[in-house]
Design a protein around this ligand. Structure first.
Ligand code: KIV
Ligand code: ZN
Length: 379
């Protein structure tokens, strides 16, 4: 029996903070409905106190979406919490996500405070949020760099105050996967009430390790992942939803599952990329243009013999129409023959050999060979 991992999508909050990615309320509602269809468990709809537009977006998402929990972000500030509660009034399942910095860097240089005062503010914020909603998530910002004993104390205190979820963000994308595993394991061993709350992973990708760190956190006991479509987010981005969902699906033997309908991943990626005017890097795992494209002769030959030689996921599984064989000067005869067959041409070996020599000359010159080039070649 697999254990269910809750997928908390923050495309519309952490993702939307990226310069140039801002969406209108109407666009956000479209994305939220698609996230619901994709099967996410929680949608972080915005930061209601940040602007009247964000407040309205949270309200409209609460009205338009019924299945997932709708979450609003706040600082550990009473006014923020009141405004978020007000925006979330329309939600069937509202959640307030409140929190404060937990590393000494943040405590000293951002809050000009002490660990003791931070702990008091954290507990007070959770208790205050509980007056409005049952489901309160606490985030310990920059927990990746926090003193571990202090983090354990803070986690225990906010769970004691009623937090249903404790989010342990690696805000600066600092940790390595083994460190993440050890730190989360430490908390499971040292926080007496930890089983009363869900532990959540929220990783940033500054070292390109957000997905690896998220998976390490799950192996250590976390049961919620905070992710964005295409991994968009501050600086190098957040953990990418599609990567975590597919890693858990491909490695079912680990014993975890999500509610994500993987066939919707590629259409969802395209929608977010188009709406946010943020292109997806071609070699992006799962949803990049080249994720199912084969271009070297050895790979193409192997792929044409059996797709599983070079694909661990079928394109259909993630909603990509089909794999692609790209013809370049690195392609072999098998790929050329395959493409010609699709265009309705059959060649005997000798003729194919001759054509292949001319194909290579053309490919060296034109880099990529398209069907119109092949038509010219066949003459
Ligand atoms: O990265 C972070 O710490 C955050 C929190 C506000 C949850 O986005
Ligand atoms: Zn973040």
């Amino acid at each position: 029996m697999s254990q269910r991992i809750q997928v908390f999508d923050t495309t519309l909050r952490d993702g939307e903070q990226v310069p140039g990615c801002q969406l209108t309320t109407e666009e956000k509602v479209v994305v939220a409905k698609e996230l619901e269809a994709l099967g996410v468990d929680v949608i972080e709809a915005g930061f209601p106190i940040s602007s009247p537009g964000d407040f309205r977006s949270v309200v409209e998402i609460c009205k338009a979406v019924t299945e997932p929990t709708i979450c609003g972000l706040t600082r550990a500030v009473e006014k923020d919490i009141e405004v978020a509660a007000d925006a979330l009034k329309w939600a069937k399942r509202p959640r307030i996500h409140t929190g404060i910095g937990s590393s000494d860097v943040h405590i000293q240089h951002k809050f000009n405070s002490t660990r003791e005062q931070i702990l008091e503010r954290a507990v007070a914020a959770v208790k205050y949020a509980k007056k409005f909603v049952e489901d309160v998530e606490f985030f310990a910002e920059d927990s990746g760099r926090a003193d571990l004993q202090f983090l354990a104390k803070l986690t225990e205190a906010v769970i004691g105050a009623g937090a249903t979820v404790v989010n342990l963000p690696d805000t600066t994308g600092y940790l390595l996967p083994d460190q993440m595993y050890d730190r989360i394991s430490y908390l499971f061993e040292n926080v007496s009430n930890i089983h009363r709350a869900t532990i959540s992973m929220h990783c940033h990708n500054d070292l390109g390790l957000a997905t690896a760190n998220t998976l390490a956190g799950i192996r250590a006991g976390a049961r919620q992942v905070e992710v964005t479509i295409n991994g968009i987010g501050e600086r190098a981005g957040n953990t990418s939803l599609e990567e975590v969902a597919m890693a858990l699906k491909v490695h079912k033997d680990l014993g975890f599952e999500t509610g994500i309908d993987s066939r919707r991943l590629y259409p969802m990626s395209k929608l977010v990329s188009e709406m946010m005017r943020m292109s997806v890097q071609p070699n992006k795992a799962i949803v990049g243009r080249n994720a199912f494209a084969h271009s070297s002769g050895i790979h193409q030959d192997g792929h044409l013999k059996n797709a599983s030689n070079y694909e661990i996921i079928t394109p259909e599984e993630v909603g990509v129409p089909q794999s692609e064989i790209i013809l370049t000067a690195r392609s072999g005869r098998a790929a050329l023959r395959h493409r010609l067959q699709l265009l309705g041409f059959q060649f005997e070996k000798l003729d194919l050999d001759r054509l292949y020599d001319r194909f290579l000359l053309m490919a060296d010159e034109r880099k990529m060979i398209h069907d119109r080039d092949l038509m010219e070649l066949v003459g």
